[in-house]
Write a protein that binds this ligand. Sequence first.
Ligand SMILES: [Zn+2]
Length: 213
Amino acid sequence: MRPRAPIPVIAIQFFPFANVNNTIRLREGRLLVRLSDVLEGAPESVLRSIAHILLAKMYRKPIDRGYSTRYRKYISSHDISSKAHLLRQMRGRKRIDTPRGRVYDLNQIFDDLNARYFFGLLARPHLTWSQNHARNSLGHYDPAHNAIVVSRVFDHPHVPLYAVEYIVYHEMLHLKHPVKLRGSRRCVHSAEFQAEEKLFPQLEQAKLFLRRL
Ligand SMILES: [Zn+2]
């Protein structure tokens, strides 16, 4: 891929990611590769495909269709997905506690938003206030546990309902628009996602409030 460049030192390991995931980084001239341990024992053609995909990503080269198809087929095959699912269950001993906070009930907020903006069509995932009071993360959707987690700082009487609603609404959009792969790049907030986010009536107020917090 870079014929005139010297080959960097390469360090590869299988890593217990929560999901099937593979990463490549260049640090101080060393190429660090982590492959999901779900792929341990994968056939050589699959490992070769991953190597191609990761190197293409690293050096911004086009990915050969054949390799991406080979890899995707293997990942979506029954055996590998059940292995991944099992590992997730074993690792994911995340405490899911109550959706009912001191001020706001996340289930109630979800049901209300679902009726107002999604024709009641979304299945309710686990909803929970986070254990800690971290401000850097408003909330997130965790597909492995099918859970929406909202930072507990927002369960407070000084926080207006629309701000909490906006956080939950955003995560509901993640439920509705799963992360897409565009080439090898993850597209988290797609154009459709962003367009639909704008339908939330107090979007600007909510963003302003959260920014000031
Ligand atoms: Zn998001």
